[in-house]
Each structure stands twice: as structure tokens, then as C-alpha cells.
Design a protein around this ligand. Structure first.
Ligand code: G3P
Length: 218
């Protein structure tokens, strides 16, 4: 499973990149706003800055919700850097636009996916990635990981090329469960990636190794 980081924070992107495990970045308008990036020019510069750190795919979300608007915005975003993936919401005009982008060699990430039916439609339209929101499904007392599992099964049976990008990851446990469920990628906040490092027996074991080494050298 590949790791994307789900943030617009350049320091966090650099930290995950320096760890050597980063395959890409996803952003959305909320994450941009959280990092204080507002205004078309600043947002554009910010995407360029992210793409200068990361070689892998970087999702840039359109704001337009009508077909023509999505196409012009998406084509503009895609022109900013070769690794930009146009992130398009799961709406009727979005599906139509994904189909257009797919026929014109522009990679897409269909976002706000909450059902297998939506996942099928996005795959039919030729989406490069779909983003099922695991945490937000859990929030309404449904099962976000079960959704990933179901989509993975459908895509395998049908032989769809679209990749499953598990999004709205809230914990390190979500990452492990998404891997088990067949997600191709998990897009994660930095703390959930770093959380994978943690195990008390690792800390205890390392402490003992270092203490024994020190005894042997004293
Ligand atoms: O990748 C989508 C993500 O940013 C949404 O996460 O925690 O707001 O549901 P969250």
C-alpha cells in the first residue's frame, strides 16, 4: 500500500518526505484554509511549492461544481505541474468531467465517495483514484473500513483500473485496517503515519539493548 499525506502544511509534507515513505499528497479546500492559504494566486503558488517537494501525485481540488467550470479549472490546475491530479467531487457534472479528463490524459481523484455505487460510477468514468472517506463514514456510525473492503472486492471482480485511495484516515489503526481491506493507498495525517512507529516493546527492547551495550563497554 502506498502512503499519501493528507495536508497542505509544507513542514509536515517535508517531514513525511524526509522519512522516505511518502508517495504523494492530497489536499482539499478545508486543508488549504487550515494552513491559512487563501486566494487563487496563493493557492496556485502553494500547489507549486508542494510539487517541488514531492515527485508523486499531488491532488488539487476544483472549486467549480458545473461541468465547464470543472473542466477549465481542472485543466488549469493540471498545467501547474506534471504530478498534479485533479480532484473532482462525486456529483453528476463531476463524473462527466472525470470522463473528459480521462479521455484527455489528465489524472483525476474522485472525492467525497461514500458508497460502492459511487465507486462503480467513478471507475466507469475512468477516475485514476477514488477517495472513500473512512472516518466520516465511521462518524455516522457506519463502517468506513467495510466500505473499502466492498469497493476493493467489486473492483477486483470487475477488473477496474481505478485505485482506491482511503481518505479521512483518523488513526494509525485505520491505516492498518485500510491495508487489510485492499486499499491501494491511504492518505493520512502525519500523526497517523508517525503513530505506526509506536510499540512499547520496541521502546523496552531498545532500552535493554543500549543498557547491555553500555555494560559490556564499561
Ligand atoms: O482526505 C479527506 C480528509 O481530509 C477528510 O478528513 O478528518 O475531515 O474527515 P476528515
Amino acid at each position: 500500500m502506498r502512503f499519501f499525506i493528507d495536508t497542505a502544511d509544507l513542514d509536515q509534507i517535508k517531514e513525511a518526505h524526509d522519512l522516505g515513505v511518502l508517495d504523494g499528497v492530497t489536499t482539499n479546500p478545508s486543508l488549504m484554509a487550515k494552513s491559512g492559504i487563501t486566494g487563487a494566486k496563493n493557492i496556485e503558488d502553494h500547489y507549486k511549492a508542494i510539487c517541488s517537494i514531492v515527485d508523486g501525485d499531488v491532488s488539487a481540488e476544483v472549486i467549480a461544481t458545473d461541468y465547464q467550470g470543472i473542466i477549465s479549472e481542472g485543466e488549469y490546475l493540471a498545467s501547474l505541474a506534471p504530478n498534479i491530479v485533479v480532484k473532482v467531487p462525486m456529483i453528476k457534472d463531476g463524473i462527466k468531467a472525470i470522463s473528459y479528463f480521462s479521455n484527455n490524459g489528465i489524472k483525476t481523484n474522485c472525492t467525497l465517495v461514500f458508497s460502492s455505487g459511487q465507486a462503480i460510477l467513478a471507475a466507469k468514468a475512468g477516475a485514476t483514484y477514488i477517495s472513500p472517506f473512512v472516518g466520516r463514514v465511521d462518524d455516522i456510525n457506519w463502517d468506513g473500513i467495510a466500505l473499502i473492503e466492498e469497493i476493493a472486492e467489486i473492483y477486483a471482480i470487475q477488473g477496474y483500473d481505478t485505485e482506491i485511495l482511503a481518505a479521512s484516515i483518523r488513526s494509525s489503526k485505520h491505516i492498518v485496517e485500510a491495508a487489510m481491506a485492499g486499499a491501494d493507498i491511504a492518505t493520512c495525517p502525519l500523526h497517523t503515519i508517525l503513530g505506526l512507529l509506536k510499540h512499547p516493546l520496541t521502546d523496552i527492547g531498545l532500552e535493554k539493548f543500549l543498557a547491555d551495550h553500555a555494560k559490556g563497554n564499561s
